[in-house]
Unconditional design. Structure first.
Length: 89
């Protein structure tokens, strides 16, 4: 899992269309060889919402439930979203 820190660092600077967050996070995790695409589930997690930011969770099924939480804020036009934090536990 040496690439996990690099993947999280890349997720933290991600800006993309709002509808692409899940696929982009999944793609970054695949690119950094954290897991294969079928082992990654990214979903909206309302429990993580904080100060106007929307929460998402990326779960890696093969690694004893490794989860990466992501907080994202939509821009003024709600088209572009910027990641403001990402962390694993």
């Amino acid at each position: 899992m040496g690439n996990l820190e690099n993947a999280i660092a890349e997720i933290k600077v991600l800006e993309c269309p709002t509808g692409d967050i899940k696929s982009r996070v999944r793609g970054i995790l695949k690119d950094h060889e954290i897991a294969h695409g079928t082992e990654i589930t990214v979903s909206r997690n309302h429990m993580l919402d904080k100060n106007g930011a929307r929460g998402y969770s990326a779960k890696i099924t093969r690694d004893d439930g490794l989860t990466i939480n992501v907080l994202a804020v939509s821009g003024m036009d709600d088209y572009v979203t910027k990641i403001i934090d990402a962390y694993s536990y």
